[in-house]
Design a protein. Structure first.
Length: 263
């Protein structure tokens, strides 16, 4: 069962949820922890008054294979884009939900499905990118965020929010093809290199650790453990990381028995 989640506190999320109900013929089912629930086939949509960033209560819903959050995306530079990412906090701070130094369980195969759907779309492909793992909620159920946004104006773009719902619904018929499941290490918050590897070679990224958190080498254990399925290797954006830090990362990967390759 796929659990789609949207929040009434987020206009893009709310519009996407309303569109998903129409596209998928979701019918009102009941409520769960204060959220309205709708059902279509084996898929459920939960619409809540709680922010997506603080929706840990969804961990208690029975048997979802994956929780997919439909969400607004914020960009300081105002660049409009569609994105996917896993949740978690690499550092001690948890200003946007979750818990410090704690990662949610990633859903790499579902993210790759969405990457193919959004990245190869004639309408959205040129503006699709993987983001590094960031913010809450902290979940034990495999989960991901799929987002549209940019500056404040993008958050009021109802047609693009409805496109987000179209992409979400298409995941139900997408295939599971992938080359390997990996952890991304290095690069900026928006990872164009890892996005290209996903789309061109079928690399299914679980967690992505950006270069400014690469000193947190102990967090790599969570990056590999907190994923379903678990990654078999790391991909390192080599030139983005200082040699000293890179050596620490490689040492840790060797201790864990994990292979790595350069990007």
């Amino acid at each position: 069962m796929i659990l789609f989640a949207c929040s009434r506190k987020d206009q893009v999320s709310l519009w996407a949820g309303e569109a998903l109900k129409r596209i998928g013929n979701f019918a009102l089912k009941g409520s769960f922890e204060g959220a309205q629930t709708y059902m279509s086939g084996e898929s459920v949509l939960a619409e809540s008054e709680v922010s997506n960033l603080n929706s840990e209560f969804l961990d208690d819903m029975k048997d979802p294979e994956c929780i997919i959050f439909l969400s607004a995306h914020s960009s300081a530079k105002g660049v409009e884009s569609f994105t996917v990412h896993s949740e978690g906090n690499w550092g001690r701070e948890a200003a946007l939900g979750g818990k410090g130094r704690s990662l949610s369980v990633a859903a790499p195969l579902y993210m790759l499905k969405l990457a193919r759907i959004m990245g190869n779309s004639e309408r959205g492909g040129s503006n699709f990118v993987y983001e590094a793992t960031h913010h809450g909620p902290l979940l034990n159920t495999p989960s991901l965020f799929m987002e549209f946004g940019g500056g404040e104006g993008a958050k009021m773009n109802k047609p693009k929010a409805e496109m987000l719902a179209e992409y979400a619904y298409r995941i139900l018929d997408a295939d599971d093809y992938h080359e390997k499941v990996v952890v991304g290490i290095g690069g900026q918050h928006y990872s164009e290199k890892f996005t290209r590897l996903a789309l061109s070679k079928g690399y299914a990224f679980a967690h992505i650790m950006p270069k400014y958190y690469c000193s947190e080498v102990e967090m790599l254990e969570q990056a590999f453990e907190r994923s379903s399925p678990k990654p078999s290797a790391a991909v390192i954006e080599w030139k983005s990381i200082k040699a000293e830090t890179r050596n620490s990362i490689i040492k840790k990967l060797n201790e864990m028995g994990m292979e790595y390759e350069k990007a």
